[in-house]
Design a protein around this ligand. Structure first.
Ligand code: G6P
Length: 485
């Protein structure tokens, strides 16, 4: 057995990796590196740590790179059969698991767990098995493996069977569904999902709220199989029971609240390209106007439509803001293979147009909406925002809420959903809203627009301190240390 082991001491597994490839017109490959917590985390342990990131080939460029044997140091891309990947990623991860944890179903009609679902679930298994096998092949004896997110819930269990010597962690970047909602999943699927994750030595979440929900789901799913262990009301571990009810093994439960990367953001947001975009935005908005800024993926859970409805109500209830405020909404296209995401994006566009034609005047466009990815422009909007609107239906953490206060030039009032993970850390200095309450959100926007500059600056300072308390590198190293302890 030992002879078949790989050389890597630390492994990370996720659906989306740190690099994507595009085929240029001349046929060569263009590699683009992304950012995020895991990228910073892995760079913090340095190139000599022997780390490997196992991820999925997502587009045609990635598949072509795998075909040509092109790869970056420390990255292994898996080109799982395209149909299997589509079923696992679009059909299960993004259409079922994402919907369950974010409570997005319109329940009289959805979900329908039929034969098609079962077929896609089989692909999800195949997809997870491909990761488990690659990790088993690459990991050195006793290595630490950090598996990420809802795409790969079955990997820990599969990997433990293949390689019981490894230390396996699973981290969820999403919320976890409340028990009643989670019970929508067919019982056998629910048990398989939990057993997959509980194959890990440790499972971790972004907040205590999600960790608590997870342990409740585990202990009620099959009381003869798993038992919850709590310390002063906080989830500590899931015990694995044998036939006689004795705990034979424990999966520990942890929480790591990923923070914003202050150093990176402050440097990046003062580069020339951001300055140029600020000037252009100012021009578009009008010099003396206030701004309500939001930046999201065009994601159903982000609640962009109710944000626009609240803005419309603000203009109705407080006509004194007309001509004096602009809602700047940047929405980056996301998961456009799914019709429900495309429809949502179209609805955002339609509502923005409707508000502009109903309230707009020759010199004032009430909503400035851009549906295109441009990080420098987002940073420009963060810097000049008077109000940031972060109103998700549910969100694992929400980094926009944490990034804006760090980057803001003169202080920014934060309107924040109490259903975002970030609420646990930022709730005190934000104006908090129930994301479904459009009238309440309109009131919060009014309050935020009226906040005095001194108070705004003070709150922003405290928000920035809370938002950067656990920078990505620390977040990652803490998980590794906990797993290895
Ligand atoms: C969330 C998930 C990530 C995912 C990201 C973007 O943050 O937790 O795992 O990568 O959304 O979604 P996408 O489907 O484009 O990878």
């Amino acid at each position: 057995m030992a002879s078949t082991h790989g050389a890597h001491r630390i492994l990370v597994a996720s659906n989306r990796g740190p690099v994507t490839y595009q085929v240029r017109e001349d046929g060569s490959l263009d590699a683009r590196r992304g950012g995020g917590g895991l990228v910073s985390g892995l760079s913090a342990i340095g190139p000599d740590a022997g780390a490997l990131w196992v991820c999925s080939a997502l587009g045609d460029g990635d598949r072509e790179a795998v075909r040509r044997g092109v790869h970056e140091d420390g990255v292994r891309m898996l080109a799982v059969d395209a149909e299997v990947h589509a079923d696992a990623y679009n059909g299960i991860a993004n259409s079922v698991l994402w919907f369950v944890h974010h409570m997005l179903y319109q329940t009289p009609l959805e979900p329908v767990f039929d034969a098609g679902f079962r077929r896609r679930w089989e692909s999800y298994r195949t997809y997870n098995r491909a990761f488990a096998e690659a990790l088993a092949e690459e990991a050195a004896e006793g290595a630490a493996v950090l598996v990420q997110d809802y795409h790969l819930c079955l990997v820990p269990g599969m990997l433990r069977e293949l390689r019981p010597d490894l230390r396996i962690g699973h981290f969820s970047h999403t919320p976890w569904a409340p028990e009643d909602y989670f019970r929508m999943l067919p019982d056998d699927i629910r048990a398989e999902l939990l057993a997959g994750m509980l194959g890990a030595d440790r499972v971790a979440f972004l907040t205590w709220r999600w960790a608590t929900a997870f342990l409740r789901c585990a202990e009620t799913a099959d009381p003869g199989r798993w038992t919850g262990s709590w310390a002063s009301g906080e989830p500590r571990a899931a015990g694995h029971l044998d036939g006689s009810g004795t705990t034979v093994r424990e999966t520990r439960i942890g929480v790591h609240g990923l923070g914003a990367d202050a150093e990176f953001l402050r440097e990046r947001s003062h580069r020339a390209d951001v300055g140029e975009r600020m000037a252009a935005l100012r021009e578009e908005i009008g010099a003396d106007r206030r701004t309500i800024v939001r930046v999201d993926r065009t994601e159903l859970s982000k609640n962009i439509v109710r944000g626009l409805l609240a803005y419309r109500q603000l203009l109705d209830d407080h006509p004194e803001w007309r001509e004096r405020v602009v809602h700047v909404a940047f929405a980056y296209p996301s998961r456009q293979d799914l019709a429900v995401y495309r429809d949502y994006t179209a609805e955002v566009q339609r509502l923005a147009d409707e508000i502009n034609s109903r309230y707009g005047t020759p010199g004032w466009t009430p909503v400035v909406l851009h549906v295109k990815d441009d990080f420098a422009r987002s940073l420009a909007a963060y810097r000049l925002a008077d109000v940031a609107l972060v109103n998700p239906i549910r969100d694992g953490m929400n980094l926009v809420a944490k990034e804006v206060p760090v980057v803001s030039d003169e202080g920014c009032a934060l309107v924040l959903s109490r259903e975002a993970g970030a609420y646990e850390e930022l709730g005190e200095d934000a104006i908090t809203v129930n994301p479904y309450d459009v009238t309440g959100t309109a009131r919060a926007l009014h309050e935020a627009l009226g906040m005095q500059p001194g108070e705004r600056a003070e709150r922003t300072k405290r928000l920035a301190a809370a938002a950067t308390a656990l920078p990505p590198a620390q977040w990652f190293l803490d998980q590794l240390r906990e797993l290895e302890s």
